[in-house]
Write a protein that binds this ligand. Structure first.
Ligand code: AMP
Length: 140
């Protein structure tokens, strides 16, 4: 995969405002925050997207994400936050190295703005889709 700025941050070649680090995970402040305390959590493994990440790195991320969410909320006083993972260029991923955003949401509305154009799940389509996904999870 192509080298990204996050690999260079992991190697210490580019500075960051680090908030957490272990063998597999690094977290640091986003350089273009949507709100105060906007934090990025990345695996050190240079996988482009979440579907390409190893189980070991996924487990390491999952283990620390709740702790980091608690720390960001405690440090900022934000009563809520969005945890966002843009997966693929068509889903607004700009840096092709897996990362989770922790974006504090404040009472003044600052933070992540979302449009959520909800449809309505058709029962038959729901049965087919759930089976299609189930069989692939099982075969993975
Ligand atoms: P995404 O659109 O999900 O790929 O988001 C990439 C994020 O990385 C953006 O929010 C950028 O502000 C952030 N970013 C890019 N370069 C840096 C950097 N050197 N240090 C910290 N955050 C960065």
């Amino acid at each position: 995969m192509a080298e990204t700025i996050f690999s260079r941050i992991v190697r210490g070649e580019i500075p960051c405002h680090r908030v957490y680090e272990d063998d597999r995970v690094l977290a640091f402040l986003d350089i273009g925050p949507l709100s105060r305390g906007h934090t990025l959590v990345i695996p050190k493994e240079p996988a482009e997207t979440l579907d390409r990440l190893s189980d070991e790195s996924a487990a390491a991320l999952g283990r620390v994400l709740p702790r980091l969410v608690r720390a960001v909320m405690a440090a900022t006083g934000a009563p809520a936050c969005n945890v966002l993972q843009n997966n693929g260029r068509d889903a607004h991923q700009a840096v092709m190295h897996v990362h989770f955003h922790i974006i504090p949401k404040y009472p003044d509305g600052s933070g992540l703005g979302i449009t959520w154009p909800a449809g309505r799940l058709d029962d038959e389509e729901g049965r087919r889709m759930a089976e299609a996904i189930r069989s692939r999870v099982a075969g993975d």
